[in-house]
Ligand binder design. Structure first.
Ligand SMILES: O=P(O)(O)OC[C@H]1O[C@H](OP(=O)(O)OP(=O)(O)O)[C@H](O)[C@@H]1O
Ligand SMILES: O=C(O)c1cc(=O)[nH]c(=O)[nH]1
Length: 189
């Protein structure tokens, strides 16, 4: 694997992988918690996520002949990852640049009342992002919100797949999952 892959893995292991007693988004208990926010909000971590993530997204776009307008996911785990990948697309291949959006957990109660903020519009073909997938429930909610707003999700970009059924749940919906790391490749299990 690349130096970027190894460097990002080292930051994830040092800053994000935690053991203890945790309650997950699904309500399940776990002795493992991967707090990707700490890595994605580390300036070096963000740069590496941008480079690795954009390379993976660009490869999928090219292999499948896709036309992608934008990238984004459910706040807040997805937010720094989406921006890092979008910024890297603009820096490395400006002619292929992806716009970036964030999805609120609930539509805003005032202002424009939107659930999707930033650079998303009806008709867009998008990549949905999540930092971690466990059950896949959060990514599926993001997909629901994008579809309700008139977008089409072509695939999902995930930083870490915990390999607990999330990939299957998302792929059953017809949306392929591109994961930068799995539980096995991150933890060597
Ligand atoms: O695959 P799942 O079972 O849905 O679990 C993974 C989700 O859980 C966490 O989100 P959380 O709800 O803790 O929100 P946050 O990103 O706002 O912290 C994480 O950021 C993923 O989105
Ligand atoms: O399932 C979750 O809620 C979850 C697991 C994990 O490892 N990291 C995280 O941020 N959320």
């Amino acid at each position: 694997m690349s130096a970027i892959y190894d460097e990002l893995k080292a930051i994830l292991l040092a800053k994000s992988v935690r053991t203890g007693e945790f309650t997950l988004a699904s309500g399940a208990k776990s002795d493992l918690y991967i707090d990707c926010r700490v890595t994605a909000l580390d300036p070096v971590g963000a740069r590496l996520i941008g480079q690795l993530g954009w390379a993976a997204v660009r490869e999928k776009i090219q292999n499948d002949g896709l036309n992608i307008d934008a990238i984004g996911g459910m706040t807040m785990g997805a937010d720094p990852i989406s921006l890092a990948v979008g910024m890297t697309s603009a820096m490395e291949h400006p002619e292929e640049m992806l716009q970036v959006f964030n999805i609120r957990k609930e539509p805003k109660g005032h202002g424009r009342g939107k659930q999707i903020e930033g650079n998303f519009k009806e008709g867009d073909q998008v990549v949905v992002v999540d930092d971690v997938i466990t059950t896949g429930g959060s990514t599926l909610k993001a997909i629901d919100a994008i579809e309700a707003a008139g977008g089409t999700v072509k695939f999902a970009l995930v930083l870490v797949d915990r390999e607990e059924g999330g990939r299957q749940a998302i792929e059953e919906r017809g949306i392929p999952v591109v994961a930068l790391y799995s539980r096995a490749t991150l933890l060597g299990e």
